[in-house]
Design a protein around this ligand. Structure first.
Ligand SMILES: NC(=O)c1ccc[n+]([C@@H]2O[C@H](COP(=O)([O-])OP(=O)(O)OC[C@H]3O[C@@H](n4cnc5c(N)ncnc54)[C@H](O)[C@@H]3O)[C@@H](O)[C@H]2O)c1
Length: 324
């Protein structure tokens, strides 16, 4: 299968490209090496194992560039997988206009190009953050998700609504995948698990916001990739023209316990710097994954204890003492 993949140099995008190539798909990856969240050399490192692969083509470019997007989509990939975005809740409070431009306008550019070139299948990376602080747990796809708690979350909800809209109006099957805090090798360095690991390993204090009781549903990258691959395939034979799926670990871990797991994996105690709760943060995320299980065969396999150990092992090999 031929796939156009945006965000291909990112954490999830580069990991997905590897899995797609492994199963014999051809991947055209687009990424502009945006440095809002982390430095371009890390993205070059993510891409390095892919570049020699004959099924892979990389295009350094911006999906806000309509001409560039049109040119790539006119090559008629069978599926467009749109993972590229400005991610992250807290930075979105500082740059809400940029987030809306990249995440909403960028998504429209890709959907428009699909419409113009008669592409029939589109997979969109959404987020558990669309549920906000007022949805009851576990989060179910039927929840109205009307009060996302941050500009980032609002852009993801807008992206979902655009997908739904294009599926209603045009012959385009769309899927929105609500990822629940993804972690594992290559995780973005500003995300909690990676950041805490770095700070503890370097003997620096770890800022924790709130009282440590906030809880997240953490999902190991391999489980997310299983879900994304199954959704790509599902778009050939969709349950509905627009469908939302939760992809989570379906288990919650408190912030305090997360730090204990990292301490155990590193064999080193953390010094905690308690800070007030941050605006935009939500108390809990927790995925109900029954729909993904029934329609995608999704079944998360890596428990947090094992996943943290695997992350720390990668961190030791790739980040300590190296350039990064
Ligand atoms: N990592 C998570 O826990 C998580 C959770 C929920 C949703 N998501 C979503 O999953 C997707 C991938 O997340 P990630 O953690 O891999 O983030 P990431 O930042 O590592 O990857 C996103 C990539 O998109 C690229 N990009 C940004 N703007 C672009 C533009 N205008 N043109 C081309 N490329 C552009 C960036 O350079 C980056 O490499 C994002 O849509 C994110 O919102 C991630």
């Amino acid at each position: 299968m031929r796939i156009l993949l945006t965000g291909a140099a990112g954490f999830i995008g580069s990991s997905l490209a590897e899995r797609l190539l492994l199963r014999g798909d051809e991947v055209c990856g687009l990424d502009n090496f945006d440095e809002t969240l982390y430095a371009a050399p890390l993205k070059e490192r993510n891409l390095a194992p892919l570049l020699g692969h004959r099924g892979f083509r990389f295009v350094r470019g911006d999906f806000l560039d309509e001409k560039r997007v049109d040119e790539l989509v006119s090559a008629r990939p069978e599926v467009v997988v749109h993972l590229g975005a400005l991610a992250g809740v807290r930075p979105s409070l500082l740059q809400p206009k940029r987030y809306q431009r990249v995440n909403i306008e960028g998504t429209v550019n890709l959907l428009e190009a699909c419409r113009a070139h008669g592409i029939g299948r589109f997979v969109f990376a959404s987020s558990s953050s669309v549920y906000g602080a007022h949805s009851s747990v576990p989060f179910r796809e039927e929840d109205p998700a009307m009060r996302p708690a941050s500009p980032y979350a609002a852009t993801k909800r807008a992206g979902e609504l655009l997908c739904s809209n294009y599926s209603d109006l045009f012959p385009l099957t769309t899927v929105a995948l609500r990822f629940f805090t993804v972690y594992g090798p290559r995780q973005r360095p500003e995300m909690a698990i990676h950041k805490f690991t770095r700070l503890i390993a370097e003997g620096q204090s770890v800022p924790l916001f709130g009282d440590g009781s906030t809880a997240r549903d953490y999902t190991f990258i391999d489980d997310i990739l299983d879900g994304v691959l199954a959704s790509i395939d599902r778009t050939a034979n969709p349950v509905e023209r627009f469908r939302v799926y939760n992809l989570g670990g379906s288990r919650t871990t408190t912030l305090r316990h997360l730090v204990e797991l990292i301490e155990a994996a590193l064999g080193k105690r953390a010094t905690i710097d308690w800070q007030p709760q941050q605006p935009g943060d939500v108390p809990i995320t927790f995925a109900e994954v029954g729909r993904a299980a029934a329609e995608l065969g999704y079944s998360p396999k890596v428990p947090i204890e094992q996943g943290i150990a695997r992350f720390v092992e990668w961190y030791r090999k790739s980040c300590i003492g190296g350039t990064f």
